[in-house]
Write a protein that binds this ligand. Sequence first.
Ligand SMILES: [Zn+2]
Length: 122
Amino acid sequence: MDPYSQLAQLHKTLEAMTKTVAGLENDILDALKENTELKVENQLLREKVNKLMTTSEVSETKTKSGLESLRQIYHSGYHICNMYYGSHRDADSDCMFCLDILDHFVSRASAIKKRADHAKTK
Ligand SMILES: [Zn+2]
């Protein structure tokens, strides 16, 4: 092969290589862009999850303190039941409606929460 043809061949090869390098550069830029977008999305989702977890913790303590205040009202001599709510209770005898509420307050609240969590996963 004469030197002129060799040079032309080399030139063609170089052009092909330049094209390949440009293509790879584009691919890398796309990957970097996608990586950044995924990082941002991941961060936002983490914040959302943290928020949801804090909210459910708060509602759990709310449930507990709600029960505690109902119990205090009951023990200070007032009805908390739907039947006699707010009226004076005979201190010597328990009201079965009030006791029923106190007994089932927590389990009812956690059952509602469980149902809500179940619905969330769907
Ligand atoms: Zn009662």
